[in-house]
Structure formats: C-alpha cells, structure tokens
Design a protein around this ligand. Structure first.
Ligand code: SF4
Ligand code: SF4
Length: 404
C-alpha cells in the first residue's frame, strides 16, 4: 500500500491538481449541490488487506480483513461512480497490495471513465509489465511505489520479503518507460534513516517526480513496533537537514515531501487535513472512515457503503460529524489560535495515548502529556531495538504488551 502515508494523504499523497477545499464547516444537508460544494478531494480505497510484504509499520489495522469479506468488483465500481458524482477528484488505490485484486483493471477502468484521477499505491513486487501497461491503457494516471531501503538485504529484512527491491526497480522503470508519473514512498525509521540521502538519489536515478520521506507515524502495527522503529532525535535532525538541502539542490528535478515524526514535533499535523474535511477512506469490506485508523477509537461505529450512499455518509454520517470542525474540542485546543490550522492533531493518536479521542493530541507541545510522551520516544530510541512484530494475520498476538 502506501506504506504508512494515508494519515497524510493531503500532504503527500495527492499527485497533482489537488483542489483547495471549502473552509466552511460541513453541515447536515445531503442535497446534491451541497455534496458537490463540499466534497472530499480524495478517496483512499483499501481494495484489500492482502499483501505479500509484512512491514512492521504497516498502517493497516491489527485485525486484517480477510479476502472473502472484501467488496465485489461491482461494489467498487459503483463506489467510483458515486465518488465522481459527489465531486471527489482523486482516488488512491491502496491496500494491502491493490494488485492482489485480479479485478484492479476493472476498477481502474470505471474510475477513469467517470473522470477520477487515479493513483496506484503499490509495493510493486507482484506487478508485470503487461499489467502496468494495461492499467495505463485503461486510464491509470499515476503510480506510487513504496520502498523499505535502498540496501537490498535491509529492505528484505524490513519487509519480510526476499528480493523485493530488485522487483520494485524493475517496475519503476516500466512505469517511466510507459510514460507515467512516478512517486517513491519511503517510510523512515531507525533501521533505514541513515539511507535517506541514498533514497533521494535513488528516486532521481529512477526518474521519479517526487519522493515522500515519510517518517513512520505510530498507529496500528507501527505502534506495536514503536520500540523497534523510533529513530533518535539526533538521527531525525540530521535527516531533516539533509532533506532541506536536497530540496533546494533538486528544485525542478524532484519534489521532496517530508512527513515529520510526531514525537519530535512542536505542533501536530492536521491529520488527514482535518477530520472529515478533505479525505474519505474505504476499507476492503466497505466501511467508510474519516481516516484509515479511525476504527482504533473504541466505541465508534462506521457506516458501510453497502448500506448507504457515499454522499449521505460523508455529509451526515455520525462518525464524520463527531470530530469535524472545532466545536468538539476541549482546552487547550478550544481557545488556541491554531485550532483551524491543525484541527487538534490526530484523534486516533489522542485516543491511543490518552484513552480519550477528544483530548489534545500529545504530539502538541501544549498538551499536558507531551513531555512524558516525548520522553518515551527519547528512551525507546536510545535503547536497543526490539525484534519486529511482522504484519500478518495473527501476528499481533505475538505481542502481549501495549506499547502505548
Ligand atoms: S505490509 Fe508493507 S507493503 Fe504491505 S500494505 Fe503494509 S506497509 Fe504496505
Ligand atoms: S493546542 Fe490543539 S489546536 Fe493548539 S496547537 Fe495544540 S493541538 Fe493544535
């Protein structure tokens, strides 16, 4: 999949032409005109949770959805039509590994026919040249390939998959030969942070237009593996300095997007660009989420596209309205002048680390829990790495402690 970017799709996953959103709060009016005026820019479609890789930072839930519960081709195709009607501009076909679905072509075909900009977010290891070419011919607009490292042995170790890097390079070359724009997505953590300079060179050599230096965000599998993944503050600062210099040097050649790790930030990011503001996420079974990790907030219920229309869920769904805008906020967010900048950060992180999703995200230096939280990161990052708990069905059962 995106290897961890979906929480930041609005920052880093929008390939081109991202439209500005209406800043007005979404109200409970599901008429068609309203829906179009305030539609999500992007829709992240987790077509499947199946994936041949086992990245320990995967943003899929710990309880992976089984293949036999996934939506059918027709259901995904209908969703594409609904998204276009609603006014969605871009869809991100993700997973798991979206190419694990044999009907990926059928879904892309309809998405392109209804005018959606289509971005395939892939681990790439199972793609063939014929398939990439067919997808292009059917209207696929953009390909994003994730990498674990540019050192093959380390990439194998991180992904739990042999010789993946070689295959990714091959696919990236096909994408360019076939005239499609390419993004490289590199989730960064303590086991590959030293490779950031080489990853940037790698993206340039492959002719990518963009690289995402995506410091791992600690949800789902990454939270479980935090003690194995957390880089030191010094390591992060060094990488950040390099990225800044490379950005200048490579202007006009490569766009470098960087997602700062929350644990070392002063203020949180506007997670998903703000809850229910610009992005909608669909799970393999068809649940419609404001953010891919939203199901980690206990007690919340989510509508399913099999039961209700996308526009109705987006505009009026309880889950979307619960943390939309700013009226739900407690102090210090409520009276903070950044509340419409970062929307209080991430609800899932607030829930995971404080037990209450309405609390200020501890990533914020104004949170009373921030210092304690940052100290955990300092401590874990300087301790020896724990073993990876690899992402796989039942894999999370191996871990009997809650890292939060
Ligand atoms: S295991 Fe890795 S490649 Fe597969 S979906 Fe998760 S992050 Fe993406
Ligand atoms: S207090 Fe809330 S709104 Fe203010 S910066 Fe922190 S998270 Fe953002």
């Amino acid at each position: 999949m995106d290897e961890q970017t979906p929480k930041h799709v609005s920052e880093s996953g929008m390939p081109v032409g991202a439209r500005e959103t209406d800043d007005a709060p979404v109200e409970n009016q599901a008429n068609e005109e309203e829906a179009c005026a305030r539609a999500p820019i992007g829709m992240l479609c987790e077509l499947t949770h199946r994936c041949p890789l086992q990245c320990p930072y995967c943003s899929n839930p710990l309880d992976l959805e089984r293949a036999n519960t996934e939506m059918t081709t027709e259901q995904w195709q209908d969703l594409m039509r609904q998204a276009a009607d609603l006014g969605v501009l871009q869809i991100h076909l993700s997973g798991g590994e979206p190419a694990a679905r044999k009907d990926l072509e059928d879904i892309v075909k309809v998405a392109a026919e209804v005018g959606l900009y289509t971005n395939l977010i892939t681990a790439a290891v199972t793609l063939t040249r014929e398939r990439v070419e067919k997808l292009r011919d059917l209207g696929l607009d953009h390909v994003q390939i994730s990498i674990q490292d540019v050192e093959p042995g380390n990439a194998d170790k991180i992904s739990g998959y042999k010789n993946g890097l070689e295959k990714k390079i091959e696919v990236a070359k096909w994408v360019k030969e076939l005239g499609m724009p390419l993004t490289i997505n590199a989730p960064i953590h303590r086991h590959n942070i030293k490779s950031v300079p080489k990853m940037i060179d790698f993206a340039v050599e492959l002719g990518a237009g963009r690289i995402e230096i995506a410091h791992v965000q600690y949800y789902a599998w990454a939270l479980l593996n935090r003690a194995a993944l957390m880089p030191t503050r010094e390591g992060f600062n060094e990488a950040a300095k390099y990225v800044e210099a490379a950005r200048e040097r490579l202007k006009g050649i490569l766009v470098i997007d960087a997602v700062v790790p929350d644990y070392y930030a002063k203020y949180p990011k506007p997670c998903m660009g703000g809850w229910g503001r610009g992005i909608v996420n669909i799970t393999p079974q068809g649940r419609v989420l404001p953010c891919h990790a939203a199901e980690s907030i206990k007690g919340m219920e989510f509508d399913n596209i099999k039961d209700k229309k996308l526009a109705e869920i987006w505009l009026n769904g309880d889950a979307f309205n619960k943390y939309r805008g700013t009226s739900w906020m407690k102090e210090p967010c409520r009276s903070c002048d950044r509340k419409e900048v970062d929307y209080g950060g991430c609800r899932c992180q607030a829930f995971a680390l404080t037990g209450d999703a309405t609390n200020t995200d501890p990533a914020c230096s104004l949170s009373s829990l921030h210092e304690e939280w940052a100290n955990v990161a300092e401590k874990e990052s300087h301790a020896p790495s724990t073993d990876f708990v690899y992402r796989r069905v039942g894999g999370a059962k191996k871990a009997d402690t809650n890292p939060a």
